[in-house]
Design a protein around this ligand. Structure first.
Ligand SMILES: *[C@@H]1O[C@H](CO)[C@@H](O)[C@H](O)[C@H]1NC(C)=O
Ligand SMILES: *[C@@H]1O[C@H](CO)[C@@H](O)[C@H](O)[C@H]1NC(C)=O
Ligand SMILES: *[C@@H]1O[C@H](CO)[C@@H](O)[C@H](O)[C@H]1NC(C)=O
Ligand SMILES: *[C@@H]1O[C@H](CO)[C@@H](O)[C@H](O)[C@H]1NC(C)=O
Ligand SMILES: *[C@@H]1O[C@H](CO)[C@@H](O)[C@H](O)[C@H]1NC(C)=O
Ligand SMILES: *[C@@H]1O[C@H](CO)[C@@H](O)[C@H](O)[C@H]1NC(C)=O
Length: 536
């Protein structure tokens, strides 16, 4: 009897307390409330902050993987140190809330003249748990997460705060346990892998301004940078790693901007990640459309994109052995190769407030391209393009596939320009070229008859060698951007149609400016003796 009474009493008490709880928390999360009744849990902290309208975003890569990739339950998380993020605007409200809730907190701050908020990280200690909150500092297209200076137990490795990192804006969703998380977790994790942030060289950049009087031309900026942002974001969306390359990389690192006489922008890509998605994306693209694909997929592939005003080059880089990569450059029918250090990971850099991927060791990369320390001063007139080696000529069959031109609407061109581009350096009859322009490289072809002049005068073959020598010589006269002129050269002497003329004019304009700029710059250089060497 006593037992029964006691049992009834307990039952009554339990029912009462449940009703009370339902009344207290008229919220959808009630179903979890029982499981998280203990105020010692992570859930307790998150919940309290959520009630105060502080939106924590889970950014801890391991936990995200656990919950959303492996789809394991929240209750299985046994980590005592978990990283969340908040946007800068929530920083003050969070700090006051933590005071109100009497939760203990430590912060990491960085002194900086030009930042409103100095707090970069907050560590909320709650029983055995530490909730790490990283502050997302906002830039035009991304958040920066600063390095943590608060001392932590030895066994704790912070996924954010370990290094300076940058991560593109991302959309979030609300989890049933009242924290936010990136809507596309796998993409967030992909971005995280290239989030390490590398600074450009401010010292060199200000030297360029002061000593060489090289300034950015503002009119260039939006015309080049906007399409560049579009290209970078497209490649991110397709999850293809890229890095800004060539003169664009030099501009970023040495000028913290663009080289003033830049007429185009270069991007490098890993051949291992090649698939047709990139070509498809840029065919007929309204912002930057692909207008030429040069080379073969497995050999010297380069996509030339156009914004109508500027040219943007995507170069695929191919692995060679265990410590190098190479990428191609096509001039007329010759193949050149440039070598690069081997790297498998890219980092993040800032260009005018936007995040771009950059090589993680820009100095090593630039040394490779321009010669050790040669790039730290504006290049001299007699600069030899050291990182460019003649490789071979496209053979007859490959050549037919090595040039593909596309209309702004994304159609393969077999108009006069497209035909003459191939036919001009082709020893087979002109008339049959159009049909090859529509043939896929995987289909077998038989060569058409030789051009009549070859049949008649065999010795004329030698003539083909001449432009190559010229090309090499020309390249030696070049400064930083052999591509710029190479492009024009390829169109030279051909009869461009209207559309192409436009393309040409556009390509010429920046280059003419470039020449003038270079001239002025060189004059300045001659008047000014060398200063001390710049060390990094
Ligand atoms: C947690 O709950 C215990 C008892 O359930 C209570 O004594 C304590 O004050 C609570 N702590 C907080 C931070 O609410
Ligand atoms: C996540 O992002 C990747 C890369 O942009 C995309 O391919 C994928 O479809 C996205 N997944 C979802 C569920 O939206
Ligand atoms: C590219 O593929 C073709 C056909 O499979 C092959 O003959 C050629 O050697 C390859 N080129 C390179 C650079 O691997
Ligand atoms: C630097 O450039 C000069 C002039 O082009 C060249 O002779 C020299 O070999 C280059 N240095 C290195 C280390 O590549
Ligand atoms: C060639 O490639 C295209 C698309 O890449 C494919 O549709 C076609 O079947 C291939 N042809 C042969 C003969 O393999
Ligand atoms: C075609 O031209 C290339 C170079 O332009 C040359 O190497 C090749 O031998 C020529 N082929 C024939 C069949 O004449």
């Amino acid at each position: 009897m006593i037992c029964f009474l006691f049992f009834t009493y307990v039952l009554f008490w339990l029912t009462l307390s449940t009703i009370k709880q339902i009344n207290d928390l008229n919220k959808p999360e009630i179903s979890h409330q029982t499981r998280f009744r203990s105020n010692r849990t992570l859930y307790f902290v998150i919940n309290q902050l959520f009630q105060l309208q502080i939106n924590l975003v889970l950014i801890d890569p391991q936990i995200l993987q656990h919950l959303f990739i492996h789809r394991l339950p929240f209750d299985d998380i046994h980590r005592t140190f978990i990283t969340f993020a908040i946007v800068e605007e929530s920083l003050q409200p969070l700090i006051s809330s933590l005071h109100d809730l009497k939760l203990s907190m430590k912060t990491s701050e960085t002194n900086s003249r030009n930042r409103k908020h100095l707090v970069d990280h907050i560590f909320i200690k709650h029983h055995r748990l530490t909730v790490h909150v990283a502050v997302l500092h906002k830039y035009s297209s991304y958040y920066r997460i600063h390095v943590n200076h608060q001392s932590l137990p030895k066994n704790v490795h912070l996924p954010f705060g370990d290094k300076l990192r940058a991560i593109d804006y991302f959309e979030t969703e609300l989890h049933e346990y009242l924290f936010y998380y990136p809507r596309n977790v796998s993409h967030f994790l992909w971005l995280y892998d290239s989030s390490e942030f590398i600074h450009c060289n401010r010292r060199l950049a200000s030297r360029m301004k002061k000593k060489y009087n090289i300034h950015e031309s503002m009119s260039q900026l939006s015309l080049i940078v906007k399409p560049m942002v579009h290209i970078g974001q497209s490649l991110n969306q397709l999850q293809k790693h890229y890095w800004i390359a060539g003169g664009t990389l030099l501009g970023w690192y040495r000028h913290c901007g663009l080289i003033p006489y830049t007429g185009d922008a270069d991007f490098g890509l890993f051949y291992e990640e090649y698939d047709e998605s990139i070509r498809s994306h840029f065919l007929g693209n309204p912002v930057t459309h692909i207008w030429a694909a040069l080379g073969l997929v497995n050999d010297s592939l380069e996509f030339r994109l156009s914004s109508g005003r500027y040219v943007f080059d995507l170069f695929w880089t191919y692995r060679e052995g265990n410590n190098a990569r190479w990428y191609g450059y096509q001039a007329q029918r010759s193949k050149y190769r440039r070598s690069l250090p081997l790297f498998s990971k890219v980092c993040s850099g800032d260009l005018f407030g936007y995040r771009f991927s950059v090589p993680c060791s820009p100095i090593e990369y630039l040394d490779h391209e321009y010669g050790k320390n040669n790039w730290t001063v504006p290049l001299q007139k007699d600069y030899g393009w050291i990182n460019m080696k003649y490789h071979s000529m496209w053979n007859d069959i490959s050549w037919m596939y090595a040039v593909r031109l596309y209309s702004p609407e994304g159609h393969l061109r077999s108009d006069e320009l497209a035909i003459s581009w191939v036919a001009k350096r082709f020893n087979y009859t002109y008339a049959s070229v159009p049909s090859f322009l529509n043939v896929l490289p995987n289909e077998t072809v038989t060569l058409p008859p030789l051009k009549s002049e070859f049949v008649q005068v065999k010795s004329q073959k030698v003539e083909e060698q001449k432009p190559v020598e010229k090309e090499e010589q020309r390249q030696e006269e070049e400064e930083e951007e052999p591509e710029g002129e190479g492009k024009e050269n390829e169109n030279e002497g051909q009869e461009p149609n209207e559309e192409e003329q436009e393309e040409d004019k556009n390509a010429e304009k920046p280059d003419t400016e470039a020449q003038e700029e270079k001239q002025n710059e060189e004059e300045r250089n001659q008047n000014e003796p060398e200063e001390e060497d710049v060390d990094e």
